[in-house]
Design a protein. Structure first.
Lengths: 561, 408
């Protein structure tokens, strides 16, 4: 780690920020101190609503719409930002403080070429001429290991991949060689394999130019790679701050310990029941969206009663499409789906009520999965009413039973609407709706990826308990291998619409692996702060992420099998 | 002498009120009163007592409207807090049978001449109005802006005026009681029209005829357009294409020309007007409903309902419609105003509601000649139309604001 700490660059003292809601000002940040030296990287972690991004924005002297800085001081290189005029603050932004947002795709203007957006700041501040700025951009692109650095800037944002765009955005933030960069969850929206490239690139460039950075994330393993010091936040308060190594080895506060412990949830692996027919059997299916290319190519796997099959792969690998084929939303062009040995009609419209009842689905985004204008008791009660014909008192007691099952107090939630609930509670309602149908098989589509780690762990434990009590089978779609390790019995790895490897979890996590599985596994960040360094040394900087997955040798013996 | 008293009294009241407001830290009230004082100062110097009296009268009128709105809002809040609609809301069959009973009685009364038709119609309408008054509504009414309360009050007044027209109006709708264009006097509040009928009575009857017709036509347009739009969004495919192209064809014909065509083919009958207007305005509702519902049908909860095996009717009624009501209500307010103006326009051209039935649109035309003599009589029915459209939009704005706030 770096040791060239010199003078203090940013000093935040007793920062208080308020937000406007329900016609009054509410404290969001309740007095946080922060000291950042030149060239130092500080990680800010905490669950959503902890105020990480708000502090990040405040470091630029900026308060988002509907919030205001109500107290404390923000001193950047001797300049007080909380009292500075808008013009003074503007002259800093872009030139001396830069910002990298979570979604690069949403932050680039799709109507302009990447390099034109890159050179905007240096031209505005008259630091460089256009040609100089463009040459400098290419130098930065090369340093960030973007392919074809001389050419890539002349593309439009939609013509490059997500990971490349995120690196281009980091390059843009670097264009004026700022003293401080704020990274707001730069890799959260990326796949693990792509994440690694971006992390390595960001770390190297920040190191090279001795730039100070605030790195905001909720992923501990990521922050462990990037930061010199870590600050843990909870509901606008600081929990603790310590150098990375010390923080990982011996966290002091209970809250920090609980964050560390989240990843410890693990369940015993079950074996397939002998001599039984698989509950759901996917047999050699191909599928494509109207007029498009094949998105699924000869996909087969089985799900047995009471077991969890995790389907993993990067985005675009066909995981969700497989789920759509099983539910019948997308009839496969070849092959069939069997339920207890009998073929299901490919289109859900032709399936009987009972066939529909057996397979239920839990969605990734609980916000869009629950109708905001329907009360909880009706959302949960409708499947029971629809399939079992329950009415009146019977229906009410069934809904109460279901709410009990998902550990929510029935009297309190019976008459509420989804927007009044938190993310984790909504996801529980989504689970209850699936259970209300008395299914034997549930598809969980990235159910925990939109949730904070503590909440996600609660959901995983709940799903596990329900599986034991109700003997459910899960198909668990995820890109998070930590979740797979926690809950799966069997694993199916998918890439480019094909199943590259499948088997019991223990086998999958012990070598030898299929090269793609190996790549996936090795790309998952670990809590060891030297993990990224070691990995890059082992694999070489040009052999991670997309670059590595295209290099997989088709003649490898594991690929052949 | 009396002018001096007025001027002194006027300034005294304003200044005392300003000071009281300032003392109690009512910033907004103080600013309003004191700026009124300053404006009155300047106008009084420039325009004399006459200008001052006009300002005082306008301010008084505004204050009166404000007080009425405030009072009406509090009245509704109390009713809602008392949960007067509860017995009806709990029981659908009871509600429908009560409203149905009153409707049947109203028809019977008009058929057999009991003279109780208005009472029964009012009771049926009152039942429907009481229905949404619950403690939940009370919470929202309490935060309603004054403009919305004013709009509600005006709509309520028009409603009472329309239903009880025959009791309120001093003379009959088509009764000739004096010479043509007789000036206003004791007997005739607003003077007489071109045939010597009482203007005031005709305005009252016009509320029933014009507003009733516009309301029925708008509701018809909405039923037609919204159901087609929801169906198109839910089913998609060729049905969507077909309905969309039909809507395009109707929209390509200029609306007034289309109405004139229909009316000259089938004759200027009320039912023809309703059908023509419904057909003209249905495509706009169709387009809006389809696009709003189109955003809803892609949500995961719709997918979940489809996978459960729900039919189209359930999807539309329980899943899509509750999520598209806000823009539809706003559109209803707007369309109502457009329909009202179209109907008035048709009457003005002589093809709408036929004489001697009173109708605001045709009343403007019939008395138009009076304008050249500097008389405001033809502007009164026009003002009645304007007041209603503005009021409806006040209410709609509030509802739209409320529902968009809920989404946050």
């Amino acid at each position: 780690m770096k040791s060239n700490k010199k003078e203090v660059l940013l000093e935040i003292h007793d920062l208080q920020i308020q937000g406007y809601s329900d016609e009054q000002w509410v404290d969001i940040i309740k007095g946080v101190d922060l000291t950042l030296h030149r060239g130092e990287v500080m990680g800010l972690i905490g669950e959503s609503g902890a105020g990480k991004s708000t502090i990040g924005a405040a470091a630029m002297g900026y308060a988002r719409d509907g919030t205001r800085i109500s107290g404390g001081s923000i001193e950047f290189d001797g300049m007080e930002l909380s009292t500075a005029t808008e013009a003074e603050k503007r002259s800093l932004r872009g030139a001396r403080i830069a910002y990298v947002a979570q979604s690069a795709a949403a932050s680039f203007n799709p109507a302009h070429k990447i390099i034109d957006q890159h050179t905007e700041a240096p031209l505005h501040y008259r630091l460089q001429k256009r040609t100089e700025a463009q040459e400098d951009a290419m130098v930065l692109y090369e340093k960030l290991r973007l392919p074809n650095p001389d050419e890539i800037g002349f593309r439009y944002p939609h013509q490059v991949s997500g990971g490349q765009l995120q690196r281009a955005m980091t390059a843009m933030a670097m264009s004026c060689r700022p003293d401080l960069i704020i990274f707001d969850e730069p890799t959260t929206a990326l796949d693990v394999t792509t994440q690694i490239e971006v992390l390595a690139a960001i770390r190297d460039i920040v190191d090279e130019y001795n730039t100070a950075a605030i790195y905001i994330t909720h992923d501990l393993a990521v922050v462990a790679q990037m930061a010199d010091t870590i600050k843990v936040l909870l509901k606008g308060n600081e929990v603790e701050e310590a150098p990375t190594e010390q923080m990982l080895k011996s966290p002091k506060e209970d809250y920090t310990k609980s964050l560390w412990a989240v990843r410890s949830f693990k369940r015993e692996q079950k074996a397939r029941p002998k001599d039984s027919v698989p509950l759901i059997s996917v047999k050699n299916i191909d599928a494509s969206y109207t007029g498009g290319e094949k998105v699924l190519d000869d996909v087969s796997f089985d799900v047995y009663e009471g077991m969890t099959v995790a389907v993993v792969g990067e985005s675009g690998s066909g995981k969700s499409t497989t789920a759509r084929c099983i539910t019948g939303l997308l009839p496969p062009s070849k092959g069939e789906i069997q339920f207890k040995g009998e073929a299901l009609p490919p289109d859900y419209r032709n399936r009987s009520k009972d066939q529909l009842r057996q397979a239920q689905m839990i969605y990734q985004m609980a916000d869009t999965a629950l109708n905001p204008k329907v009360k909880i008791h009706e959302i949960i009660g409708r499947p029971a009413q629809f399939y079992q014909g329950l009415h009146g008192g019977d229906l009410k007691s069934r809904v109460d039973e279901l709410l009990d099952l998902i550990e929510l107090e029935p009297a309190q939630y019976y008459n509420r609407y989804p927007p009044e609930l938190s993310g984790g509670q909504k996801q529980r309602i989504g689970i209850a709706r699936a259970l209300a149908a008395n299914p034997t098989f549930i598809i969980c589509d990235e159910v925990t990826s939109a949730l904070d780690q503590l909440v996600a762990e609660g959901i995983l434990k709940l799903l596990d308990r329900l599986q034991r009590e109700l003997n459910l089978a899960y198909m668990f779609i995820t890109h998070d291998l930590a979740t797979v390790r926690a809950i799966a019995d069997e694993v199916v790895v998918m890439q480019y619409g094909k199943v590259v490897e499948q088997g019991p979890k223990e086998d999958m996590f012990t070598p030898p692996h299929h090269p793609y599985t190996d790549l996936l596994l090795s790309s998952v960040p670990e809590m060891d702060p030297n993990w990224l360094t070691t990995l890059l040394e082992e694999r070489g900087v040009d052999n991670v992420g997309d670059a590595a997955s295209t290099k997989i040798d088709p003649n490898d013996e594991k690929v052949q099998s | 002498m009396s002018f001096t008293v007025f001027v002194f009294g006027y300034y005294t009241v304003l200044l005392v009120a300003s000071c009281i407001a300032a003392y109690f830290n009512k910033r907004a009230v103080f600013m309003l009163l004191f700026s009124l004082t300053l404006v009155s100062f300047i106008l009084g110097i420039v325009g004399g007592v006459g200008a001052l009296q006009t300002v005082a009268a306008l301010a008084g009128l505004l204050a009166l409207a404000g007080m009425i709105s405030y009072g009406f809002r509090e009245f509704l809040v109390y009713l809602a807090e008392g949960d007067v609609g509860a017995p009806l809301r709990g029981n659908n069959t009871l509600f429908l049978s009560v409203v149905g009973l009153f409707t049947v009685l109203a028809f019977a009364s008009s058929a057999y001449g009991w003279g109780l038709t208005e009472i029964f119609v009012f009771l049926a309408v009152a039942m429907i109005i009481l229905l949404p008054l619950s403690p939940d509504t009370a919470k929202e009414l309490r935060t309603a802006p004054m403009t919305a309360a004013f709009g509600l009050f005006v709509i309520f007044t028009y409603l009472v005026m329309g239903v009880f027209a025959s009791y309120i109006a001093p003379h009959g709708e088509a009764e000739v009681i004096s010479s043509a264009f007789a000036p206003r006097g004791e007997d005739m509040l607003l003077g007489a029209d071109q045939l010597g009928r009482d203007m005031f009575s005709r305005i009252i009857y016009g509320a029933r005829n014009s507003v009733g017709l516009a309301l029925v036509a708008t509701v018809a347009a909405f039923i037609l357009g919204a159901s087609a739009g929801l169906l198109a969004a839910t089913k998609g495919g060729w049905l969507d294409q077909l309905l969309g192209r039909i809507a395009d064809v109707i929209m390509s014909i200029p609306s007034l020309i289309f109405a004139l065509l229909m009316l000259s083919i089938f004759g200027p009958d009320i039912s023809v007007i309703i059908v023509a207007v419904a057909i003209i305005y249905a495509p706009r509702v169709f387009r809006l409903t389809r696009s709003v519902a189109g955003n809803v049908v892609v949500m995961d909860y719709i997918e979940a309902a489809k996978l459960r095996g729900e039919g189209n009717w359930y999807l539309i009624r329980r899943e899509i419609l509750p999520n598209s009501t806000a823009p539809l209500i706003a559109e209803f307010g707007l369309e109502f105003c457009f329909v009202f103006l179209l109907v008035a326009g048709l009457s003005f051209l002589g093809l709408g509601i036929q004489p001697p039935t009173a109708d605001w649109g045709s009343m403007v035309r019939e008395n138009a000649t009076l304008i050249s003599f500097g008389d405001i009589t033809p502007l009164i029915p026009a003002a009645a139309i304007a007041l209603l459209t503005v009021s409806v939009n006040f209410v709609v704005d509030w509802m739209l604001h409320r529902s968009s706030g809920l989404k946050e």
